[in-house]
Design a binder for this molecule. Structure first.
Ligand SMILES: Cc1ncc(COP(=O)(O)O)c(C=O)c1O
Length: 392
């Protein structure tokens, strides 16, 4: 006779084998099961060179021993407790970010992802000045949650429930258009990626970023620098905006911050005041996430990875600038886009399946994105150049 216990087990098993994944991702037919530094390995131990970093997430290399050891140690002590208790790891993380970035006049709020970081940034801006319109830029990407997706330039991912936000999408670099909108004094925030990631690695001029910063101050709008993709050393500076000598009011971070462990955060200028309950999250800033991010910062510093970014970036530029089919090289550091004179979809597939090299795509169909772990060496890039030579 089938007992209730057996029945439940059977039911559970039955449900598991019939449960389909919600099919939103077009997948490459590759199943990585382990990673080591700049390589990932599939179930047959086939090695792939990772020039994609799981979308600019892997900063200090896959399974860095110090990172693994620290996370193991922390999870065996205390993995999580709520934000209603003292968590000195959050304080340590704030201090270390200030030290390495040089952004020391800021306060840290921790969450779990890039979209959530931008969501909190936009909400905080609106709380701060009691306004609600947002200026964002064409080709920008800021995430998929409510306000973050509303300020993203992709109508396909904006649901009717998101479309109610008041957003002005302005051509990247058009300061005059920004000023015109700001004059109405109803803008709470201007959100910008210094280098547009998903959009295709475009960057404007120092005059533009400095002008934007000045205009925001004049019109009491909060300047949000979205450093989700470019932050934590990926461009060779800690944050990409630092090249242009501006001081944003809020800086959003995620991706490389945890080297794959989910963590995001915002740095909030000291002029914006906190009050109890203004922002909050259950998982944000948990013990393991803090240790993951502290480990990333320690390795960034100990292994001088931002210097490595500059060296390897120059090496890439020197090696690809004479490839006639590459029309333009965009981006900075190890956030690079190689713009070819043809759509790169097939080339990208060939790189993966024939040469075992992961690269990224973008909104621009001709642009191949290079977002490797910041530990990458010249010898790894040589493998990529050889593959390009064979295929072009
Ligand atoms: C610049 C930028 N902002 C925000 C996001 C959203 O981050 P997440 O996917 O962690 O929500 C991304 C993701 O690609 C991004 O590139």
């Amino acid at each position: 006779m089938l007992k209730m216990k057996d029945y439940n087990l059977k039911q559970t098993f039955f449900n598991i084998i019939n449960m389909k994944l919600f099919n939103v991702y077009p997948l490459f037919n590759i199943t990585p099961i382990k990673g080591k530094d700049v390589y990932i390995y599939d179930e047959n131990n086939i090695e792939y060179l990772d020039l994609y970093g799981g979308h600019a997430v892997i900063s200090i290399g896959h399974s860095h021993p110090e990172y693994v050891e620290n996370i193991n140690r922390q999870v065996s002590k205390l993995g999580f407790y709520s934000n209603s208790i003292q968590n000195p790891l959050q304080v340590e993380l704030a201090d270390k970010i200030a030290e390495l970035s040089g952004c020391d006049d800021y306060q840290l709020f921790l969450c779990n992802s890039g979209a959530e970081a931008n969501e909190n940034a936009l909400k905080l801006a609106s709380f701060h000045n009691n306004k609600k319109k947002v200026i964002a830029f064409k080709n920008g990407f800021h995430g998929r949650t409510s306000a973050a997706v509303a300020v993203t330039d992709n109508s396909k991912i904006i649901a009717p429930i998101n479309a109610q936000q008041e957003v002005e999408l302005i051509t990247f670099g058009n300061l005059g258009a920004v000023e015109q909108v700001l004059r109405n004094n109803d803008v709470c925030a201007v959100i910008i990626e210094t280098i547009q990631g998903v959009g295709g690695l475009d960057e404007s001029t120092a005059e533009f970023y400095q002008g934007l910063s000045k205009l925001c101050k004049t019109h009491d709008a909060i300047l949000i620098a979205d450093e989700v993709q470019s932050g934590f050393g990926r461009t060779g500076d800690f944050f990409a905006f630092q090249k242009h000598h501006i001081e944003p009011d809020i800086i959003s971070m995620a991706k490389g911050m945890g080297n794959g462990f989910p963590i995001g955060g915002i740095l909030i200028h000291s002029k914006i005041k906190a009050s109890f309950g203004l922002l909050g999250t259950t998982f944000g800033g948990n013990h393991v996430a803090c240790v993951a991010s502290l480990s990333v910062l320690k390795v960034l510093e100990d292994e001088a990875l931002m210097d490595n970014v500059k060296v390897i970036s120059k090496y890439v530029l020197d090696n690809v600038k004479n490839i006639s089919k590459i029309k333009m090289i965009k981006g900075r550091g190890l956030m690079l886009g190689l713009e070819f004179d043809f759509p790169i979809a097939e080339l990208r597939k060939t790189l993966i399946h024939k040469h075992r090299i992961f690269t990224g795509s973008s909104k621009n169909p001709n642009l191949l994105r290079i977002l490797p772990p910041l530990t990458i060496q010249k010898k790894h890039m040589d493998v990529f150049f050889e593959a390009l030579k064979l295929e072009l």
